[in-house]
Design a protein around this ligand. Structure first.
Ligand SMILES: [Zn+2]
Length: 142
């Protein structure tokens, strides 16, 4: 746990997030600066700076959550493709130093970008989080 870490604050409920799914080890929520519609982050609940620090148990849990969210994105957003990536260190483009994985829907011919400068439309982020969350919960019941 890190007191000044924005993702730890989201885990503790001290900062808002458009939550999609959570379990004992992971939390998925909409990236507040979405590069594309449906851009979602999956984070470990424990504070690990990056892949090198994260426990194998936590990484396996992230993979399982990423698959759940990926299926939800496939159904709800229906992208041409889905890019999954994870950045370690400033030199790699990491901007929040708490382990997180990006799930980014992609369209044919769209230019490649890793980060956006404009915050997403709050209403759309709410709508996506609700639709994706409902899909993940439905699948969990099957
Ligand atoms: Zn943290």
């Amino acid at each position: 746990m890190s007191h000044n870490c924005i993702f730890c604050k989201i885990v503790r409920g001290e900062a808002p997030a458009n939550k999609v799914y959570e379990d004992d080890h992971t939390l998925a929520f909409m990236d507040i600066f979405p590069v594309t519609d449906g851009h979602t982050l999956v984070i470990t609940k424990d504070h690990f700076a990056n892949l090198f620090e994260a426990s194998t148990e936590a990484l396996l849990a992230v993979a399982a959550t990423a698959k759940r969210v990926a299926h939800a994105l496939e159904t709800v957003v229906k992208p041409d493709g889905l890019m999954v990536f994870q950045l370690n260190g400033a030199a790699a483009g990491q901007t929040v130093f708490h382990y997180h994985m990006h799930l980014m829907p992609r369209a044919h011919g769209e230019p490649l970008a890793l980060h956006a400068r404009q915050p997403g439309d709050p209403a759309r982020l709410d709508e996506l989080a609700a639709a994706l969350g409902a899909h993940v919960r439905d699948k969990n019941r099957e």
